[in-house]
Design a protein around this ligand. Structure first.
Ligand code: PXL
Length: 272
């Protein structure tokens, strides 16, 4: 008798053809953390290590069927969202998430790639803020996304704290607001964490001077999702994810010519 008890996580995200980011990075991460990975594909992106060159959203009735098929069979214990492209897709995913019982939701508010490709229509920011954000058990904005969502310029540590509190007031329960990587002479990256309990703290990791950081945001949010699917407490899940991604950045893999992926092999099977 199959008891369906193995930890299962879901990524609701876009497919990235070069495998460095999006759903592929999520599934690599689930695998590396020994969690079974299912996927609801929301969009397909054609690109490589130089950039993204085309993108198509999936039809919403197809997305509805993906959700229905998983709900009818699998025991998804945690899920994450990645690229959602436009308001129609966000509303469809929100509708499906309300109907499903897929556990805590990690929202990676994917707006733009590191190299300037827009993955969410400008007109969808408000839908993201008002419908998806309140569903977020965890929100994982990068520096740019925090500025966009909180609608403020972030120029200091105090501003990061302010932005995180603003995003919590919008309905996200736990926030990891990622620090800026903009200064090439910086020696560390500091992320600010605000938990549902009100506890807040900074996480610091060494800054790696490398172009091979595609998929870091996807992998961080996927690692938190994988840990939540296994029942890891929230604070520990966030700490593990930060160290996992830092390790994956630390050992680049030589694929592609320009902005390559992080190395999930280097980060797997470790006790963080
Ligand atoms: O890393 C952000 C991201 C998310 N989703 C898809 C992507 C990318 C970046 O390239 O292609 C599908």
């Amino acid at each position: 008798m199959v008891v369906n008890s193995y930890p299962q996580a879901l990524t609701i995200a876009g497919s990235d053809s070069d495998g460095s980011a999006g759903m592929q990075a999520d599934l690599h991460t689930f695998f590396a953390r020994q969690v079974y990975g299912a996927s609801v594909i929301t969009a397909c992106v054609a690109g490589n290590s130089y950039g993204i060159h085309a993108s198509v959203p999936m039809p919403t009735d197809f997305i509805d069927q993906e959700f229905a098929d998983l709900a009818a069979d699998y025991h998804i214990r945690a899920a994450k969202t990645g690229m959602l492209a436009d308001s129609e897709l966000i509303n469809d995913v929100v509708k499906n998430y309300h109907q499903a019982d897929f556990g805590p939701l990690v929202v990676d508010p994917v707006i733009m790639t590191k190299h300037g490709n827009q993955l969410l229509e400008e007109s969808a920011f408000n839908t993201l803020r008002t419908t998806l954000l309140p569903l977020a058990t965890v929100l994982t904005p990068n520096f740019y996304e925090s500025e966009k969502i909180a609608e403020m310029n972030i120029t200091s540590a105090d501003d990061m704290v302010k932005a995180a509190h603003k995003m919590q007031q919008m309905g996200a329960k736990n926030i990891i607001a990622k620090g800026s990587h903009a200064k090439t002479d910086q020696t560390e990256v500091r992320d600010f964490v605000l938990l549902e309990s009100g506890e807040e703290f900074w996480l610091s990791e060494p800054y790696h001077q490398t172009d091979r950081v595609n998929g870091t945001g996807d992998s961080l949010s996927a690692c938190i999702t994988a840990e939540l699917a296994k029942g890891t407490p929230m604070k520990r899940a966030i700490e593990i994810a930060k160290q996992f991604v830092n390790t994956a950045i630390g050992s680049p893999i030589e694929v592609g010519h320009k902005f390559g992926p992080v190395n999930h092999w280097a980060a797997q099977n470790r006790d963080y």
